[in-house]
Design a protein around this ligand. Structure first.
Ligand code: VGL
Ligand code: ZN
Length: 222
């Protein structure tokens, strides 16, 4: 059996980290040493993703009319632009990771010299895209080249770390598994927006066949 692992480091960006991030995840910066350690392991491919929104992105509360425009509280119904029969209820956020701003930059302490490929996502203003593969509609209107990149590199296993555990890490891991890669989430290399939601996130992993591991587990270096 071949084993060609890839590491996917999700959204380790200023806006998701204290002290100044617009959507700062508690402890977001603290996972960087662990992620740098992971980046130095012999993965066949190392990818970093960036949430990379236009200013008029649909997930920004500021782009919706009052009173349903409270970041972290309000939600909006999004239609698939390609098929209005498909709808999604989505959370609204403070403006974050706007293209060209400091908040969209990867943390300077992240060892980007080890990253082979950067994948930008969430550029389509019409849809939310937590997953680094595609938006959540059954027939996606927005897709990245991540699946192709991994397939062309002959990747068998995808290891996911980064921010946030309950949003972009979660949906990237579930999509990696759906795309046919054996998928592992490295628990202590993630932090959640809402840690109380993690039980449900982990249940979803179990149902999908995604495995939650620790960074020192030997699955990483078979
Ligand atoms: C994310 C909320 C909004 C994430 C991105 O990277 O987890 N969360 N956009
Ligand atoms: Zn976002």
């Amino acid at each position: 059996m071949s084993f060609r692992p890839a590491l996917v480091v999700v959204d380790v960006q200023e806006d998701f980290c204290p002290p100044n991030g617009a959507l700062a995840v508690t402890g977001g910066r603290d996972i960087v040493p662990t992620i740098n350690e992971l980046l130095s392991l012999p993965f066949a491919l190392r990818v970093a993703t960036k949430d990379f929104h236009p200013q008029d992105h649909i997930s920004f509360a500021s782009n919706h009319p009052a009173p349903n425009n409270k970041p972290f509280v309000s939600t909006a119904t999004i239609e698939n632009p390609l098929n209005p029969a498909e709808t999604q209820e989505t959370q609204l956020w403070p403006d974050h990771c706007v293209q060209g701003t400091k908040g969209a930059e990867l943390l300077t302490e992240l060892d980007v010299s080890k990253v082979d490929r950067i994948v930008e996502k969430g550029q389509d203003k019409r849809v939310e895209m937590y997953s680094a593969f595609a938006d959540p509609f059954p027939s996606p209107c927005s897709q990245s080249d991540l699946a192709d990149t991994l397939k062309k590199a002959g990747i068998t296993d995808v290891y996911v770390a980064g921010l946030a555990a309950d949003y972009c890490v979660r949906f990237t891991a579930l999509d990696a598994q759906k795309n046919g890669f054996k998928t592992w989430v490295i628990g202590e290399a993630t932090k959640a927006v809402d840690p109380s939601s993690l039980d449900e996130v982990y249940k979803g992993y179990e149902e999908a066949g995604v495995t939650l591991i620790g960074k020192d587990d030997k699955q990483i270096q078979r």
